[in-house]
Design a protein around this ligand. Structure first.
Ligand SMILES: [Zn+2]
Length: 234
């Protein structure tokens, strides 16, 4: 249902923010808002991975932010759908001219993103790759996340015998490998009809896929190094 509203704003006949009155100001605000909404993600990861004491408060705050984020990020996606290139995050001029549609399927229904003409292909390859590898990618994110959250809850509940540093290292290693696998998508993916997005789709609209993938690649490599060093005992 949320997507029907989002779809309405993707209508190319509706002037999108950047093309409307005061266009450059609203485009700038849209980019700033996307950045602020993105910052929820590293904040949540910090609370889970560093879990500053008291652990129970960090866990609760992280879960509340993670679950609450979508209520801000989904309306943002509704505004960004027609107003920004999903790949490079550039503000698009109003109307369909100068951009191309990218159809995506999500758990909440279909949506139409827009891309610069030269950026539709890498975005399509990326989402096709996510769809093809969805089971491995979901497992690589959600299983270590579940393990970490259950462990934090147990520690907060009084368990003192859990190897929390080791569990955190497993989380970093698994997530680092998984996001680097996902980031191969634009390079090796093959476009197919309408790919289904196996992760919360609104997160891809905050900074654009290309920026998001570079952040994930770099943080992922750092986490892989940290995870490996932990198990090497350094
Ligand atoms: Zn673009």
């Amino acid at each position: 249902m949320g997507y029907s509203a989002a779809m309405a704003t993707s209508d190319p006949t509706v002037p999108a923010g950047p093309g409307g009155p005061g266009g450059s100001t609203s485009a700038w605000r849209l980019q700033l808002l996307g950045l602020l909404l993105f910052l929820f993600i590293p904040l949540v990861l910090f609370l889970f991975v560093r879990h500053p004491a008291p652990v129970g408060v960090s866990l609760a705050a992280g879960v509340v932010l993670m679950l609450g984020h979508r209520f801000l990020a989904r309306p943002y996606m509704g505004r960004a759908l027609a107003a920004k290139c999903l790949w490079c995050n550039r503000a698009l001029s109003s109307g369909a001219a100068g951009s191309e549609p990218l159809e995506l399927a999500t758990g909440a229904g279909p949506l139409t993103a827009r891309c610069c003409p030269e950026h539709r292909a890498p975005a399509a390859r990326f989402f096709a790759f996510l769809d093809t590898w969805r089971l491995a990618l979901r497992a690589g994110i959600f299983l270590p996340l579940l393990l970490l959250l259950l462990s934090l809850a147990a520690v907060a509940g009084g368990r003192s015998d859990l190897p929390l540093p080791g569990i955190t290292a497993v989380f970093k290693l698994a997530v680092g490998l998984t996001v680097n696998l996902a980031a191969l998508g634009p390079l090796v993916g093959r476009e197919k009809g309408t790919p289904t997005v196996p992760f919360p789709v609104h997160n891809f609209f905050l900074l654009g896929v290309r920026n998001l993938l570079w952040i994930f690649r770099l943080v992922g490599i750092w986490w892989i190094v940290q995870g490996v060093l932990y198990f090497l005992g350094r």
